[in-house]
Design a protein around this ligand. Structure first.
Ligand code: SF4
Ligand code: SF4
Length: 78
């Protein structure tokens, strides 16, 4: 259980995110595949940047570690 008052969540840096570069064949986001909580999705389809449902994000880092372009960052709010 997280007893900290801080909340951490993932955020996509849309300036760095580029599915044409990270997955030129299929355009599928590795961060989406990595999120076992299913709160990051390519709503607009392949080759489009993913969206994170911040309220449901647990800040678990799975997506951050999965993105080869380091386009997903962790944010902390108090
Ligand atoms: S978040 Fe990372 S893995 Fe996902 S589409 Fe963007 S660059 Fe690719
Ligand atoms: S930090 Fe964890 S819960 Fe949040 S989007 Fe990434 S993988 Fe999913």
């Amino acid at each position: 259980m997280n007893l900290q008052s801080k909340k951490s969540f993932a955020m996509v840096d849309y300036a760095s995110c580029d599915a044409h570069r990270c997955n030129p064949d299929k355009g599928i986001c590795a961060a989406v595949l990595a999120c076992s909580h299913k709160v990051i999705k390519q709503i607009d389809g392949a080759f489009e940047p993913p969206m994170i449902f911040y309220d449901l994000c647990l800040g678990c880092w799975e997506c951050i570690e999965a993105c080869p372009l380091r386009a997903v960052r962790i944010m902390h709010v108090t």
